[in-house]
Design a protein around this ligand. Structure first.
Ligand code: HEM
Length: 515
């Protein structure tokens, strides 16, 4: 065939090996230019920190993915070297200064939150919504259901579940077998949340092994770090059939069942079918659908499903971990147990029923809960905010639109504010405690977050903590079986704090009290 005029052109076209060389050279040039830009020309170039973190997110990925949730710990070490403000990824500034917390998480400013939308596969839940105005609407729609009044109207159901927990304790006592509190508490908080928000529960507390969402959360918690680096992962996983996901990760089974059940429940609610199974006033879906704050696009089946996952994800493990931390330290510290038990006997003599209002007036119990929540952190992850105006910190001006983060455990372990911060000392909260320069200590209790996006479930969490700890330590005495403090200390930051991975949990022998 005579190629005619094309012959000349073909002679100039590169061969496949030449194409490969061009591709590699182009990529190397791109990387070089990007490196130069991020190091010298980027708006954050002047901020201190390791150069590698400024150049590439692989630095973060190494600590989060390979070392399994260790970047927050590394960042603490970096602050010791570089000072209170550092660049921790090419696009993010991290601040360590407990006194600056309320500036970043301000009550008066509407700030966006980037990054969590890709982290959980639930981009339209209240916790993960990026845009501040949209978040405000979604939060307003949920708020009534989280109010104290609403929780009090449901308190009989909380009592019912705590009584089931107590019967299970009796059962372990009579069998003289250790009871695993680390498994029992998520079953309790899971049953309560299911009943409160969805009108039914899975009876996890009654399960012989307390089979709950806990195992699933522990196994998939680290996935968030992968999803941060590779945002396509969760959409791909979500599009897989459940049987395949269950085969790849058997522990995910209860969460997948939850997702399917919620999908059906939302479908029924949208069709107006009758769905109530318990005696709580309404489900969270009915609450959202009746909200005047939300447009129809925020009342779709997928949006409601995202919200359901956020509520369960936000409320089960956080409160369960706080209960676990509190229980371990009370049991492990005889003088704390003795004082708490004696207070409870005085307030509720002769087996009198426990009342929330009376429990709330007990200063030592409140101090125990404050201390447990301080050491629970709520979230261990860096918590990003994007301000739409420049943020001034000391001599630094952080440009508008920059992702700025702080980390709750760093405030909880600020030794200037909480001396011996790793010790469990309820006494530090008694009286009207202040820092050495006279600031009320409560200002530095940030485990429920601060500002416009702080925890919606705080009232529910406090109610669960008062009633559960009150009941347990009024009725029983416990002895730790083969454990130590590392069973309740953070070993990994998987967004929520997770203990060392080989922990068997807090296991205790139970005995009834006679007074
Ligand atoms: C000791 C228990 C708990 C702790 C320490 C805790 C901690 C937190 C923290 C730190 C945040 C703020 C996230 C941010 O700043 O962006 C948060 C948000 C949230 N929490 Fe909790 N939480 C607890 C219990 C609960 C419970 C029981 C629920 C209810 C189901 C719940 C539901 C939520 C929701 C819906 C949000 C999102 C609020 C928003 O984005 O506006 N939490 N929680």
């Amino acid at each position: 065939m005579d190629l005619g005029p094309f012959k000349l052109l073909l002679e100039f076209l590169p061969t496949i090996p030449e194409l490969a060389v061009i591709a590699v050279a182009s990529y190397a040039a791109y990387v070089l230019l990007l490196t130069i830009y991020r190091l010298f020309l980027h708006p954050l170039a002047k901020f201190p920190g390791p150069k590698l973190a400024a150049v590439t997110s692989w630095y973060e990925a190494y600590y989060e993915i390979i070392l399994q949730g260790q970047y927050s710990r590394k960042i603490s070490e970096l602050h010791a070297i570089y000072g209170p403000v550092i660049r921790v990824t090419p696009h993010e500034i991290h601040i360590r200064d407990s006194r600056f917390y309320d500036e970043v998480y301000s009550k008066n400013l509407q700030v966006d939150k980037h990054g969590w939308d890709t982290r959980f596969g639930t981009e339209n839940g209240v916790l993960t919504t990026v845009d501040a105005a949209l978040h405000k609407r979604r939060r307003a729609a949920l708020s009534p259901m989280f109010s104290r009044r609403s929780i009090i109207s449901f308190i009989h159901i909380i009592h019912r579940h705590i009584n089931t927990l107590s019967s299970r304790m009796k059962e372990f006592e009579s069998r003289k077998e250790p009871m695993n509190l680390t498994h029992a508490f998520p079953a309790l908080t899971g049953d309560i949340i299911m009943d409160y928000f969805f009108g039914f529960n899975y009876g996890q507390l009654k399960d012989p092994e307390f089979d709950s969402f806990h195992d699933a959360f522990m196994k998939i918690a680290g996935t968030g770090h992968l999803a941060t680096q590779f945002p396509w992962i969760l959409p791909v996983m979500n599009s897989m059939p459940d049987f395949l996901t269950e085969w790849l990760q058997p522990a995910a089974k209860p969460l997948l069942k939850f997702k399917r059940d919620q999908w059906d429940l939302i479908g029924k609610t949208l069709r107006g079918d009758s769905i109530k199974c318990n005696d709580a006033p309404k489900t969270i879906f009915q609450e959202i659908l009746s909200s005047r704050f939300l447009p129809p696009c925020d009342k779709t089946q997928q949006r409601l499903a995202d919200e359901a996952q956020i509520v369960v994800g936000g409320g089960v493990e956080t409160t369960a971990f706080a209960l676990n931390v509190a229980a371990f330290h009370i049991i492990n510290t005889p003088h704390i147990y003795a004082r708490l038990h004696s207070d409870l006997v005085t307030a509720f003599p002769n087996g009198a029923a426990l009342e929330l209002v009376k429990l709330e007036q007990m200063p030592y119990l409140k101090a125990i809960i404050m201390e447990a929540v301080r050491l629970t952190y709520g979230l261990s992850a860096r918590n990003p905010r994007t301000h739409n105006k420049p943020l001034r910190y000391k001599q630094w001006v952080i440009p508008a639109g920059t992702s700025v983060s702080m980390t709750i455990p760093e405030v909880s372990h600020d030794e200037e504010i909480f001396p011996e911060s790793h010790s469990f000392m309820p006494e530090r909260w008694l009286g009207e405690p202040k820092t050495s320069d006279g600031v009320p200590l409560e200002r530095f209790m940030v485990s429920f977050g601060r500002g416009t996006r702080s925890c919606l479930g705080m009232n529910l969490a406090w109610t669960e903590l008062y009633l559960t700890l009150g009941t347990m330590f009024r009725r029983y005495k416990f002895d730790i079986f083969q454990g130590d403090v590392t069973d309740v200390q953070m070993g990994h930051d998987f967004f929520i704090p997770v203990t060392r991975l080989d922990s068997k949990g807090v296991r205790v022998f139970v005995s009834s009290t006679s007074d």
